[in-house]
Design a protein around this ligand. Structure first.
Ligand SMILES: [Zn+2]
Length: 123
């Protein structure tokens, strides 16, 4: 906690107090991340008022291609909960690696999809 406060103070000084840094907690995997208030709000607006970390956001975005945003968030949250429940050894690291795999796979999927001439609904 002390470490967080010190880092937060440094961050604020560096950014000249324009960008206030807050701690956000991922709705899906529970990962805590420091982000600016503006960024936090942007994410929340995009994900039904929920804040998700970068990795979960990637995974959720892929699901949204076939299901609604809220369903995608819930599905991914279940995935994270299952993962956290089954992976006891260094869950955070394993989760990160697993999500990287998902992101990589979905990137390949997107590439093959664009080959078929289907455009993604994401900018
Ligand atoms: Zn997350």
């Amino acid at each position: 906690m002390d470490k967080y406060l010190v880092k937060s103070e440094l961050e604020t000084m560096k950014l000249g107090a324009i960008e206030e840094v807050e701690q956000a907690e991922c709705e899906c995997c529970g990962l805590k991340e420091e982000c600016t208030r503006v960024y936090k709000r942007q994410v929340q607006e995009r994900y039904c008022g929920k804040w998700v970390c970068g990795l979960c956001a990637e995974a959720v975005k892929e699901r949204v291609v076939v299901v609604a945003m809220e369903d995608a968030l819930n599905q991914h949250k279940d995935f994270c909960n299952q993962y956290n429940a089954t992976t006891r050894i260094n869950p955070k690291l394993s989760l990160t690696l697993s999500m990287r795999e998902i992101a990589k796979r979905s990137l390949e999927k997107r590439k093959s999809m664009s080959k078929l001439g289907r455009s993604s609904s994401y900018p």
